[in-house]
Design a protein around this ligand. Structure first.
Ligand SMILES: Cc1ncc(COP(=O)(O)O)c(C=O)c1O
Length: 441
């Protein structure tokens, strides 16, 4: 009874808050991102908290079972972030129970993008082999991918993000993956809902990651996912997520079974103590982490899943509205266009200023920000030029071998395509961009 009253009030509060929301051009910011949620998520979150199951439970399990369909996959694990998901994908490849890839394994990837697409390679002791990006899409350059595979025939893994939702030529990429017998890990943190040839991004790799940070397509506050079709990979992922333990009982109900899902929870689990009975819940098959979300996040996530069709439609609309503004100025910009056969659910609208343009990125970004229009750079740009990585590659080499990544680091900015951005705000962006461009056209 009290619960019902609380939830009714929560709903009323959330609805009032939404109804009172205003935006005035020139007074309020046009944000680069924003989560799309309402009373449904508030109610689900509060209910979850009041139910009193704090660690990942039944909603976590329900979310875990429901989500992989988004990537055209059947299995997977929910995590506490996209970065954790990328770390879990790469860690899984080291498992003795799986691919057992040793330290020093070569991993092919673009040099530009978000740092935690790259970091897990270094964190598990693999060696990155970098290629440059294309200026039009900011995706990894497939000609260079082929060259790198000739120069390093021992490359075993390829990983990359579909840049801001837009994939590379997946027909060509998958031919390369098959031909060189590579393991593909897809970073789909920015690509939920995008498709290539009618197939969802995330359906191509052995494993695919997602992020549920508020700036992303859907949110749980923080959160992530790794999807796969491979049952053994799923078991290993789960183990790395949960302290490394070997027990694969899933969810609170299975935990109540005296002998676990396997029926032999208490058994001779430890090979080095063959005569001892040991609780499988405390057997560690991997050197793991704890990267689980809490139940409240998953309860909110279940509500977000229902909103995905409208989220994708609004992101595509906002991309088109921004394209209409910038199309007129193509002589100054590399504009974002969907790769042939793809239909991106755009994470953002990236613009790369051409080399001979009469203005700099600072000129236009300062002007936009002064007019309360937020922008962001293309994440870390050429990552090897960032302070944390400068010992890994000579900066001159990082620049010379990867001129497009370096150009994107200094000449790219993006607007958001978040579903919370309304057409009036994009019209305002158009007015300001036209104003700036009138100095040059
Ligand atoms: C391509 C890509 N990968 C990974 C991440 C990391 O996700 P999270 O912030 O959930 O750790 C991001 C974050 O924006 C991203 O854009």
């Amino acid at each position: 009874m009290i619960m019902e009253e609380i939830l009714k009030l929560v709903r009323e509060y959330a609805e009032q808050k939404a109804a009172n929301k205003t935006w005035v051009a020139g007074r309020d910011f046009v944000n680069y991102a924003g989560a799309y949620y309402n009373a449904d998520e508030y109610e689900a979150g509060v209910k979850s908290l009041l139910n009193g199951w704090l660690a990942m439970g039944n909603d976590g399990l329900a979310f875990e079972r429901e989500f992989p369909k988004q990537f055209g996959k059947t299995k997977g694990i929910v995590t506490n972030s996209g970065s954790s998901s990328n770390l879990l994908m790469m860690s899984t490849l080291t498992s003795k129970r799986g691919y057992s890839l040793p330290k020093g394994t070569k991993v092919l990837m673009p040099i530009a993008g978000f740092p935690t697409t790259l970091n897990p390679t270094l964190q598990v002791g693999f060696d990155p082999v970098f290629v440059d990006i294309e200026l039009d899409t900011l995706n990894l350059d497939l000609d260079q991918v082929e060259q790198a595979l000739i120069a390093h025939p021992d490359i075993r893994v390829i990983t990359f993000a579909h840049v801001l939702g837009n994939p590379p030529n997946m027909d060509r990429l998958m031919d390369i993956v098959r031909h060189h017998n590579l393991i593909l890990l897809e970073d789909c943190c920015d690509a939920l809902g995008s498709t290539y040839d009618g197939k969802p991004m995330g359906s191509f790799g052995l494993m695919s990651s997602c992020s549920f940070y508020p700036a992303h397509h859907m949110t749980m506050g923080e959160g992530g996912y790794v999807a796969t079709d491979d049952a053994n990979t799923d078991v290993i992922l789960r183990s790395f997520r949960e302290w490394g333990r070997g027990c694969y009982c899933v969810g609170p109900e299975a935990n109540k079974l005296k002998c676990g899902s396997c029926g032999k929870r208490f058994n001779n689990w430890i090979p080095t103590l063959p005569d001892e009975i040991f609780d499988h819940k405390y057997v560690y098959d991997e050197i793991g982490y704890n990267l689980k979300p809490i139940e409240l996040q998953c309860s909110m996530g279940l509500e977000q899943l229902k909103k995905l069709p409208e989220i994708h439609a609004l992101r595509r609309r906002n991309y088109q509205l921004l394209f209409n503004i910038y199309e007129k100025y193509e002589q100054f910009f590399h504009l974002p266009r969907a790769t042939a056969k793809s239909d991106p659910s755009w994470f953002a609208f990236p613009l790369t200023i051409r080399k001979d343009a009469p203005f700099t990125r600072t000129d236009i970004v300062d002007y936009l920000e002064e007019n309360l229009i937020q922008t962001r750079p293309y994440f870390a740009g050429n990552i090897m030029l960032q302070p944390a990585y400068s010992h890994l590659m000579d900066p001159a080499q990082a620049k010379d071998l990867h001129p497009n990544a370096t150009h994107a680091m200094t000449h790219t900015y993006f607007h958001g395509t978040s579903p919370v951005i309304i057409p009036e705000q994009i019209a305002y962006i158009g007015e300001k961009v036209d104003g700036f461009m009138s100095l040059f056209v």
